[in-house]
Design a protein around this ligand. Structure first.
Ligand SMILES: N[C@@H](CCC(=O)N[C@@H](CS)C(=O)NCC(=O)O)C(=O)O
Length: 202
């Protein structure tokens, strides 16, 4: 197997953090998104979306989408469980991971893509939409801060893929200058705790 990735980009980081939590080490191929290597015909043949990450299987087939790749590794190596442990817990992790995708990573990404000069010559930008994403994220941060008052992690008392999704979102948020508020102590405590994990800091 081989992972096509970009070390600093949030979606590939979701997979590399996930793999590090599992103790799985596979070869990687680094793509430079700044040079649009993801849009080169040989890469688009692997993933028609032209996006990283992509997992190349031993049979020569390809699997894209961060969470699909994480799911695959969860199935072939269940320990430690990062998608939940029983029917209810798995459903809770699914719910929280989806929320973190749409309400955190999605909003950060929308703000970054539609307001930052990096994207100006790459995509059609709608700055007003980017600012709506920023405002939505700020509301979601208030909500998450209150959710985290009585539990350690996003989906409960165990570290899961939902923490990985949310954390990569908040890390990316620093680029469009969205910071956890000084009064958002629970969110900051959670962020710092995840940042200190070897899978994230290493
Ligand atoms: N839903 C996809 C999103 C993948 C994605 O957006 N990857 C970004 C890097 S974080 C990318 O390849 N961007 C390049 C581009 O948009 O040109 C996933 O979860 O893997």
């Amino acid at each position: 197997m081989k992972l096509y990735t970009t070390a600093v980009a949030p979606n590939p980081r979701r997979v590399t953090i996930f793999l590090a939590e599992k103790g799985i080490d596979i070869p990687t191929v680094e793509l430079d998104l700044g040079k649009s290597e993801n849009l080169a015909p040989d890469f688009v043949a692997k993933n028609p979306m032209g996006r990283v990450p992509v997992l190349e299987m031993d049979d020569g087939s390809y699997l894209a989408e961060s969470i699909a790749i994480c799911r695959y590794f969860e199935e072939i190596q269940p320990e430690p469980p990062l998608f939940g442990v029983d029917a209810r817990d798995k459903a809770d992790v699914e719910m929280w991971n989806r929320r973190m995708e749409s309400e955190v990573l999605g909003m950060v990404s929308g703000c970054f893509r539609h307001t930052h000069p990096y994207w100006a010559d790459k995509i059609p930008q709608a700055p007003e939409y980017g600012e709506i994403c920023r405002a939505t994220l700020l509301e979601r941060m208030e909500w998450l801060n209150s959710e985290l008052a009585d539990r350690e992690f996003i989906a409960g008392d165990r570290f899961t893929v939902a923490d990985i999704t949310a954390h990569t979102g908040f890390t990316l948020a620093r680029i469009p200058k969205i910071r956890i508020g000084e009064d958002q102590k629970n969110l900051q405590r959670w962020y710092d705790g995840v940042a200190a994990r070897p899978s994230v800091s290493g």
